[in-house]
Design a protein around this ligand. Structure first.
Ligand code: ADP
Ligand code: MG
Length: 691
């Protein structure tokens, strides 16, 4: 039997090839796609609002008579049409208008219009409202319905999408949408079947509760939200299933590498580290690829955990690849691991995009022969010519800067035929629980939920950059008493070149102001060797003040540094700031983080800086970040696609996330249902490659 999925949009009246092409850009090719192109909000045009009762920011319909229409010159020419009703006045303003419009909107004409109230020079105004001249009578109260608003793309307007959806609804009787969710489940949650849910959201009946619809809490909307969240969950579980259909080398703990490593460490593991290491040990022993995410706050000691995983793999005869998102971080890992592993007689190689020619050939040769047991580097590790003798484990550090797309690509890379390496992924800062449950449903999670003993709290100070002089004095004092400091220059959305230049200028002027201090500079444009040399000097205490771009944000570990100044913190996300702040507070002395903002701060910016000042717990900050900025931003821009839901909203629909996670495994048992649901909501984007 044909289904809506098999009916192309060209089935509809008025849809030819051109329109079909436009619709395809919205991911719509079948009638089913069209019906799952859901209104993301509604406009309430069911009643006329008296002009006198409008407030700034209101949206709605008003109706009145044109009192006058004037061409206004000013900065931009505009047509200003003043309307009045019994209660007051309102101005419609048009910056683009035709002669016909101007001739039509003359004194005495009745107009109904829909818009948003803005402050204007003539009082309240609607800019470019949708309007009707000599409108028909409003439907009586109780018969009017909400107006759906759809996502659009260039070349198509709301009215067209609305009418297409209405036309498509006509097919539902003959071709109901298959409901893949068990009726018992729907009954449990008191949710409608899929066909009525879809029909309702496109054309809400007059008696449907307006406030529920406007808020997205109507049962029909919630039914769709739940299904959408479920489909996303299922798609990740499918990815997981695909990987786990492959085999992995079981890497049994053995030999004495681990013990010898632990013996030489100057500290013992925290209970939380020990617990996570045990999780990993268990996973690695299986003939099934490990897929594990390790979360831990800044400074919780993830690197040692990674090293122990690597040692288990190497001890079992496998090779390990460790990848970090930036060269500076990869370099830092390389130094650490060298210090730790070379005494154990293990050889490792370093690879970044900047390693070329003979050095590269040699490194790759040692890896392919199996002489090198560990390779550390940036994503250059996953180029086609990097071959392993026996790759058993891939460790990805600070992974949420890589993005889902890259995460999945890496997996494919490490896999050959029926075999896939074990994978350990470590995040830079915690991810809120609900977000982790959705975005990382394909991974098992371990959390390092305690910091090594003896960490001192960091005092965070938020001040305006007009007090720069005081801040510079503070740096002078700290460094004179033997401490070290970071000065972080931020310039985002501009080129890396500009960023580096800004850091150079700052470093010069700070050196001038602080002639007695030894000032160093690192940024992304330095050669790897130069960068490493500066970092080394800072680490060895040969520099007092390190001026840097955000390249130092992750991983850099210099316990004697106890002061960090961040310029323009309002431009950065909370997680990033928390990560930067985590560069201090690693040693014995009290530490400070100075966030030096540029006034004026937006409300949002203020809230972010306050959140940071009030908490040092990465998990709390991550929740706050999610609340303030939303999931896309929290995961990093490269991942936003993944969290772009049609209907679901992370805040509002939080409670579903947990439920959906519990119901997913039982839905997975029905392969047909699973595939159909994923296709319905994610279409061809299932592999996430282009989501
Ligand atoms: P992150 O989780 O931010 O990557 P690191 O692995 O860089 O943290 O560890 C931060 C610092 O804490 C390092 O100097 C590391 O040597 C130290 N460290 C790690 N584990 C412990 C521990 N159990 N006891 C004391 N210090 C530790
Ligand atoms: Mg780290």
């Amino acid at each position: 039997m044909a289904s809506l999925e098999d009916l192309p949009v060209t089935t509809l009246k008025g849809v030819g090839n051109a329109l079909a092409g436009t619709l395809a850009r919205l991911g719509i090719t079948s009638l089913q796609d069209l019906l799952f192109h859901l209104p993301h909000r509604y406009e309430d045009r069911t009643r006329v609002i008296p002009m006198g009762s409008l407030r700034l920011g209101d949206t709605g319909v008003v109706e009145g008579t044109v009192m006058r229409a004037d061409m206004v010159m000013g900065r931009r020419r505009s047509l200003q049409v003043t309307l009045r009703d019994d209660s007051g006045f309102l101005v419609m303003r048009f910056f683009h208008f035709s002669a016909a419009q101007k001739n039509q909107l003359t004194e005495g004409v009745r107009v109904r219009c829909y818009g948003e109230v803005r402050p204007g020079r003539a009082g309240f105004e609607f800019y470019h409202p949708e309007y009707q001249v000599n409108p028909p009578a409003m439907p009586p109260p109780g018969e009017a319905t909400l107006t759906p608003v759809y996502p659009l793309t260039e070349g198509i307007q709301q009215p067209r999408v609305r009418s297409l959806c209405r036309q498509a609804l006509g097919y539902l009787k003959r071709y109901p949408i298959p409901d893949w969710l068990p009726p018992s489940l729907l009954a449990d949650y008191q949710l409608p079947d899929i066909t009525s849910a879809v029909a309702l959201v496109h054309a809400p009946p007059a008696d449907a509760p307006v406030h529920l619809l406007m808020e997205g809490r109507h049962p029909a909307q919630q039914r769709l939200v739940m299904e959408e969240l479920l489909a996303h969950q299922l798609s990740l579980l499918l990815v997981r299933q695909q990987i786990q259909q492959r085999q992995a080398l079981p890497l049994l703990p053995g030999g004495d590498l681990t013990e010898r490593f632990l013996d030489q460490l100057p500290f013992s593991l925290t209970p939380a580290q020990a617990r996570v290491v045990a999780d990993i040990r268990q996973d690695l022993s299986q003939p099934l690829p490990m897929l594990r995410l390790v979360q831990g706050d800044v400074g919780s000691g993830k690197t040692v955990v990674a090293a122990l995983a690597a040692l288990q793999a190497i001890g079992a005869g496998a090779q390990v690849a460790l990848m970090a998102p930036t060269e500076i971080l990869a370099e830092q890992h390389y130094q650490n691991f060298r210090q730790w592993l070379e005494p154990l007689g293990l050889e490792m190689v370093w690879l970044s995009g900047k390693v070329k020619g003979k050095a590269r050939t040699e490194a790759l040769g040692r890896l392919a022969e199996g002489k090198a047991r560990l390779i550390i580097g940036t994503h250059a590790l996953f180029q086609g010519d990097v071959l392993f003798e026996r790759l058993g484990l891939v460790i990805i550090d600070e992974q949420h800067r890589f993005g889902v797309h890259q995460r999945l690509a890496l997996r494919d890379k490490g896999a050959e035929g029926q075999r896939a390496p074990h994978q350990l992924i470590m995040t830079a800062t915690p991810i809120p629980r609900t977000l982790a449950m959705s975005a990382y449903a394909d991974l098992d999670t371990s959390v390092i939920d305690e910091l090594p003993p003896g960490r001192k709290p960091i005092e965070t100070i938020v001040i305006q950059d007009s007090r720069r002089d005081e801040v510079i004095e503070r740096v002078r004092k700290a460094c004179q008493s033997g401490r070290q400091a970071y000065w972080v220059c931020t310039l985002i959305e501009e080129s890396e070149a500009l960023q580096c230049q800004a850091a150079e200028v700052t470093a010069e002027s700070l050196q001038e102001r602080l002639p007695e201090l030894r000032v160093g500079l690192v940024h992304g444009r330095l050669k790897a060797a130069d960068k490493a040399a500066v970092m080394d000097r800072f680490k060895e205490g040969e520099l007092d003040l390190l001026v840097a771009t955000t390249v130092i944000e992750v991983g850099v570990d210099v316990p004697n540094a106890s002061l960090i100044i961040v310029e323009n913190p309002e431009r950065l996300g909370l997680a990033q700031l928390h990560q930067l702040r985590g560069r201090v507070g690693r040693g014995e002395q009290a530490s400070f983080c100075v966030l030096m903002y540029q006034a004026p701060l937006s409300q949002n910016g203020r809230a972010r800086l306050q959140a940071l000042r009030d908490s040092q717990d990465g998990f709390v900050i991550a929740e706050k970040d999610l609340e303030i900025r939303g999931p896309g931003e929290v995961l990093g821009t490269r991942q936003t696609g993944m969290m772009q839901f049609r209907l679901a909203d992370f805040e509002r629909d939080r409670d579903w996330i947990e439920s959906v996670r519990t119901m997913a495994p039982s839905v997975m048992k029905d392969t047909r249902a699973t595939e159909a649901l994923v296709r319905r909501w994610l279409g061809e984007r299932v592999r996430y490659g282009d989501v």
